[in-house]
Design a protein around this ligand. Sequence first.
Ligand SMILES: Nc1ncnc2c1ncn2[C@@H]1O[C@H](COP(=O)(O)OP(=O)(O)OP(=O)(O)O)[C@@H](O)[C@H]1O
Length: 326
Amino acid sequence: MDSIVTVRALRKVYHVPEREAGVVSAVASLFNRKTREVVAVDSIYFDLPPGEVVGFLGPNGAGKTTTLKMLSGLLYPTSGEALVLGHHPWRRERKFLQQITLVMGQRTQLWWDIPVIDSFEMYRAIYEIPHKQYRHTLDELTELLELAPLLRKPVRNLSLGERMKCEFAAALLHRPRILFLDEPTIGLDVTMQARIRAFIKEYNQRYGSTVLLTSHYMADVEALCKRVIVIHHGTILYDGDLLGLVHRFSPEKTIVVELREGSFDLSHFGRVIEQDGARVVLRVSKDDTPRITSQLLANLPVLDLTVEDPPIEEVIGQVFAQQEVA
Ligand SMILES: Nc1ncnc2c1ncn2[C@@H]1O[C@H](COP(=O)(O)OP(=O)(O)OP(=O)(O)O)[C@@H](O)[C@H]1O
């Protein structure tokens, strides 16, 4: 399938003013400006086909927001190429802007003191959305996000979760084909996180929109993304299946054993990471898993046994740790 986002050798270098502390240095810096280069994104490549939901993962400062800002036309790249729906984003052509959206969990795009519905009206005008289409989309979003009781309230009176639902609606009124979502669930309680996650899934299935999502919550990524792109220090470490990431970077499996009676010492089978009476959680190397599983079943009064991959948070942590050592 043809890509609708194409990224080739995309690079962004920030020039950060540098000066030492103190008044003398402050005055000196007026005449002799020193800057330091920060390579935020260092020649990255990827493609997004239509309709896919892709997780964009990386630790703090990895270059995720910078990439999303370049793809949505808020920043010029230093070099390289990006085409989004056939447009160079930084030219900010109207046709481009009408087809994309950027939602940033840490920023609001609603006017603080006026009712939510008035902000929506402003977006209708900005995007020149025909009235009939606007009413239809607003009705759908109101139903999907349960916005009815919120629309007349000023934004400053909304809880964070309520505001986030309204942010999504505002960002989607013009029916964009591509959604860039930067930490859309940050700071929300688990119930609201799940609500927003379910909404993104439903929206993607209903409209076939393409989503590039950053989140530090792996529950978001596991629920929404089959594919992940992992970025670290501005370079891409992995681009592929979420499951493939687990298999490639995690050398271990978790065996959870439920015994008929407690308490056996299983430390000679593997690393015991949890023991709660007759329930024991073991870590063993992937290669040894079949052998150890058979030994456990043959030698112990096993009621139940499951083999699992380690939690995705842990795997991602290992990816970054390996990179720091390399
Ligand atoms: N406006 C800016 N000026 C200078 N440096 C910047 C600017 N914005 C980001 N950086 C730097 O660029 C690097 C990448 O930052 P970016 O915000 O893209 O990372 P991120 O992966 O989104 O991180 P986080 O998960 O913390 O949001 C960091 O070293 C950051 O300090």
